[in-house]
Ligand binder design. Sequence first.
Ligand code: UT7
Length: 309
Amino acid sequence: MGTKILGTGIYLPENVLTNFDLEKLVDTSDEWITTRTGIKERRIAKEESVVEMARSASLQALRNSGLQPEDIDVVVLATLTPEKKFPSTGCLLQAELGVKKGYAFDLSAACSGFLYALEVSDGLLKSGKAERILVVGVEKLSEIVDWSDRSTCVLFGDGAGAVVLGRSEDESDLLASKMYSEGGLWDILYADKCGYIKMKGRELFKVAVRNMEEACREVLNTAGVSPEEVALVIPHQANVRIINALAEKLGIPRERVYVNIDRYGNTSAASIPIALHEAIEQGRLKRGDLVLMTAMGGGLTWGSALLRY
Ligand code: UT7
């Protein structure tokens, strides 16, 4: 029995904030942001709450799976911007969707949240403790960005991505995954007393490339798969220079690496499921293909997962 992605969905706020808009807010330029990060614009939620974004993405994922809310027995929601301190945003989403059985919880692993959620869900499915799991990555980072700090406010965006997981009767499976954390490095990326994002960007950049490369090599080795066999790499979208450096180290050409950071910026736990959904919609990921996902974020947390879609 394998773990299969039955359907995906996304929600992105309509409101677009461009680099040119940011030039009016802080001392920055489109040129700096584009060359240093690859970001051109990002979506910023206006009316939408975290739960509403998660709900829209989840409903699309359910529709694409041909399933109803009552078919779901676990909701795992990855976020660092929960709707409330408690109850969990997962429980609020469970209520919004009308999921009646099982249980829901939030998972806090910053930008690695979706991959952590995938690994946990894979364990629940393979142990027989669940049959269908809704995994959501959702963020409203605009609420925890210090809009007067140019070193961080240009980087982040809002959005949600959702995936319905179930058991596979074919070759589809999460072939290997490996998660890591190093709590001693928490102060490289964290929320300060006011709740605003603080980041030691240059330090994180170096650690990110090294750690994601190692994590990718680990899962490829475990699964006995070579980089040439990977149809698509979906990296967390934090900086296009990190993505390019990683692709080069893995020896995977850019055509086989999914990038949408130019349109959405860094959406933390939502970035991989959003990219995954788009890649499937665009036909860049087909049934039977191998997809390698990897992320790095606050914690520090990081990891990689190799999935046969
Ligand atoms: O999602 C979790 C994972 N996140 C990451 O992995 C992020 C990793 N880090 C990065 O992506 C990059 O380090 C950043 C994009 C955050 C920054 O790029 P950088 O090339 O490392 O720039 P820097 O921080 O070394 O700053 C270079 C210069 C500084 O000026 P001085 O000291 O050289 O005069 C900054 O003050 O750029 C300046 N600067 C800016 N200038 C214009 C910083 N932010 C801006 C800005 N506009 N928005």
